[in-house]
Design a protein around this ligand. Sequence first.
Ligand SMILES: [Zn+2]
Length: 397
Amino acid sequence: MPTQPDVQRIFLAVREQPFIGPLRLGETRRSIHPWWKGVNAIVCQQAFRDADTAFANWKSAGRRGVSVGYPRPKRPGRCRDSFRMFSVRLVAEDLRHVRIGGERGGQPAFTVRLHRPARRLARLLARGGVTKSVTIARDGHRWSASFNVRIAARPAARPSRRQQEAGWIGVDLGVAVFAALSDPLIVGDDKLQLIANPRHLDNTQRQLRRWQRRMARRHQKGVPAHRQSNGWRQARDQVARLQALVAARRGSAQHLLAKRLVTQYAHIAVEDLRVKNMTASARGDALNPGRNVRAKAGLNRAVLDVGFGEIRRQIEYKAAWHGATVTAVNPAYTSQTCNRCGHTDGKSRRTRDLFACTRCNHTTHADIGAAINIRDRAQQMTGEPLAGGVRSEGATR
Ligand SMILES: [Zn+2]
């Protein structure tokens, strides 16, 4: 298994060698890799290093107890277009341009204009951050640059007075309802306990299907992507554009929810969901044929659309920034247990939305009831007194 320096050496040796084989009429002799002159040398080095990482991850997978597939070669049109560079700096005057450094005898330096001023990056650099690398990637019809900045860690954040007074909130992430909350969340001028599902994929699905059908119709079998017709390429670009749009909107809805949670509350309780298990196919096997395979497939699509795992990740890292804590609890029966008397009964859930306890007749929205159970379980787990600790304080006096 050749390592980065080996591959580098081989690449340097062969890149200028002439192409061996018959020439077509009017063709001049070309090199094996005619593209290398247009590519910054660092981009190639970084790609070789990424290959090293991919092989190392694959080799150590067994030892780490995870499953990692054999590294797959990247192919044009079949992978995310991205590359990594160094010596990129922000032009300080307007924060709207980045200067990408050249190399001796290779690519000259050049400047790229950004879509909007990079204020957050400028703030990090002003605090003494150092740009280590920049990854440039294509999402649909747009290119984005991610700056990797090394900066000294700030002292651990502490929750604000407002967060401490608000205390705990339980979050029940759902498919029908994006998020149900045990306590109100301030969103603009409103206080909400049910955050509606953005359903971005549904809204653009019709358009997406149209372009996907056109892509299928215009596709010539056995012909590589770069030799397909203009009509096919156009449809492919539209599909990529719509998918990128969906991803961007989904991302902004998730970021907004996560940020509101961690800035308004000091403790956030979430379900310990194994997204992987939830989205596993319901098909079953020969001995245990699955039930509701179609329904589960639809649910899987919706679960992935909402992006549970991603929201959890965002809540966790944002919580650290704002001094909030995150507690994950076992979600079993949270939607079947009464908030008032603790009675657990599947029949208490009368409809999708309505929960009415079969023992004490307590009624609530089923998802909000689940969120309250999640909050209470987390409080019990961490030994925090329920309902803000008023009772225990009275007892010690
Ligand atoms: Zn009850």
